[in-house]
Write a new protein. Structure first.
Length: 76
């Protein structure tokens, strides 16, 4: 499931194990360097480029996963 992959990326980049799909990037302490690392992981691990503006518009695992799916990303 895509949300599981996105959540795993967030957990790794934030250094946390308990991020839920509804946790807000900014409430978790997200800042530009973490966002850039997550953006790179999306490209490397999921094969999709997620524009920075979309990351601001979709600040939860659930919402960014829905956006990525809407762009036709397919992960196994």
């Amino acid at each position: 499931m895509l949300a599981d992959s996105v959540r795993a990326i967030w957990c790794r980049e934030f250094g946390l194990d308990n991020i839920s799909v509804d946790d807000d990037f900014f409430s978790l302490g997200g800042q530009s360097l973490i966002m850039i690392r997550i953006q790179g992981a999306y490209m490397e691990e999921l094969g999709i480029e997620v524009p920075m503006d979309q990351m601001f518009l979709h600040p939860t695992v659930a919402s960014i996963s829905a956006y990525i799916e809407s762009q036709g990303a397919v992960t196994s």
